[in-house]
Design a protein around this ligand. Structure first.
Ligand SMILES: [Zn+2]
Length: 67
């Protein structure tokens, strides 16, 4: 299932077009696409969080490594 949604006010980093950026959700993959120049940028590559640090910088627990 693919969902597309325009991102209002977003400009394309490649061609600079405004309001041509579509956010595409394809299953678990999310990326944005410019309909002006067909640029595709994987959103997984972007830093996902907007809140820098909610947690204290001091390590509290040491968790066993996942396998
Ligand atoms: Zn573009």
């Amino acid at each position: 299932m693919i969902r597309r949604r325009f991102i209002a006010g977003a400009s394309c980093p490649q061609c600079g077009a405004v309001d041509k950026i579509v956010r595409v959700e394809e299953g678990e993959r999310i990326y944005m696409e410019c309909i002006a120049c067909n640029m595709i940028r994987d959103l997984d590559a972007e830093p996902p969080r907007e809140h820098p640090t909610d947690e204290p910088a001091v390590p509290i627990l040491i968790r066993p490594p996942k396998k």
